[in-house]
Design a protein around this ligand. Structure first.
Ligand code: TLP
Length: 343
């Protein structure tokens, strides 16, 4: 199978497995796991934040950020297709008692003027705006890069209104590699940030949240409350360290593969590329084949290729470390044959 469902499917490298085996460990609830401490230190330093916390997943990191920033009954502003709203099981309502306020973005970026207008003035009828959430790259916008300028404008507005900003940077390093803007510059436009170690960076598990010392101290308590207090978890943090130190630059290869895939699919008359491919995600509209996304995915599977549905007629292909250039050629060829013959 050539698995293009997500960059979450990557398996840990040999070096990661070795690092896990050899990791020095301790009890992380006592902040005594040397490998986790090192990972958190390294991550904070890379992101230019005072402190960082290792969490089990991107979803846990995002939700701990919401819980730490907000009070029950507040409102959180986010783009209408943001992962934190679309794919996290309404966790912010279920756990934090938050009301989401969604704005339609353009290629994942919210309009700063609309963000400003959505911040609630003091009024007995209104919830207070507790947080603004951004996402970069933006998953459902097809791995779109949200520009530094857009983030700067929103952060300035947020500061003027004393509203914190959280960035879901599950794929922020894809943005960094594709945009030649440093990770610190993006992170500087946020009060807190979540980055995934287990997507394109290839670690088997884990995310980082980062912010001020006081934010992270409170986040650590929320992580514990949620049952996410870790013990000898240096074993899973060690691959995360390699994810940050060894795996960032190679994301460029995933971007080249995605571009190649999009160029190849663009030659197939019944397919239409829906996104401008900037990073490692290609969204393909399959309506022209006369099939819906699910039927198309089944045909693909019969050809040994996996992708995921992203809408009634939209299929997402995501490139990653475990798919090489010749497999990309095979995918283009087989999809071409499939569309020419059966679809
Ligand atoms: N995204 C997954 C699915 O949940 C859709 C994927 O295959 O793309 N933020 C963003 C922007 C994400 O894309 C994801 C995962 C998360 C957060 C959540 O991370 P995990 O899966 O570690 O909870």
């Amino acid at each position: 199978m050539i698995d293009l469902r997500s960059d979450t499917v990557t398996k840990p490298t040999e070096a990661m497995r070795r690092a896990a085996f050899e990791a020095e460990v301790g009890d992380d609830v006592y902040v005594e796991d040397p490998t986790i401490n090192l990972l958190e230190q390294k991550a904070a330093e890379m992101l230019g934040k005072e402190a960082a916390l290792f969490v089990t997943s991107g979803t846990q990191g995002n939700q701990i950020a919401v819980l730490t920033h907000c009070q029950r009954g507040q409102e959180v502003i986010m783009e209408q297709d943001a992962h934190i709203y679309y794919y996290e099981g309404a966790a912010m309502s279920a756990f934090a008692g938050i009301q989401p306020r969604t704005l339609k973005g353009h290629r994942g970026a919210m309009n700063p003027t609309e963000v400003k207008a959505a911040i609630r003035p003091e009024d007995i009828h209104f919830p207070e705006t507790g947080l603004i959430c951004l996402e970069n790259t933006h998953n459902r916008a097809g791995g779109a890069i949200v520009s530094l300028e857009n983030m700067q404008e929103i952060y300035t507005i947020a500061n003027e209104h004393h509203v914190p900003v959280h960035l879901d940077g599950a794929r922020l390093f894809n943005t960094v590699v594709a945009s030649s803007v440093s990770v610190k510059e993006y992170a500087a436009q946020t009060d807190s940030i979540q980055i995934c170690l287990s997507k394109g960076l290839g670690a088997p598990v884990g995310s980082i949240i980062a912010g001020t010392e006081s934010f992270i101290a409170r986040a650590r308590k929320w992580r514990k409350r949620l049952g996410g207090g870790l013990r000898q978890a240096g074993i899973i943090a060690a691959p995360g360290l390699l994810a940050l130190t060894e795996m960032v630059d190679r994301l460029e290869e995933d971007h080249r593969h995605a571009q190649k895939l999009a160029d190849g699919f663009a030659q197939i008359p019944s397919l239409k590329i829906e996104n401008i491919v900037e990073t490692n995600i290609v969204l393909v509209n399959v309506e022209g084949t006369g099939h819906d996304a699910n039927q198309f995915l089944q045909e693909l599977k019969n050809e040994g290729i996996l992708a995921v549905g992203f809408g009634p007629h939209t299929v997402r292909f995501t490139t990653h470390y475990d798919v090489n250039g010749s497999q990309i050629d095979v995918v283009i060829e087989r999809v071409g044959e499939l569309c020419a013959s059966k679809l």
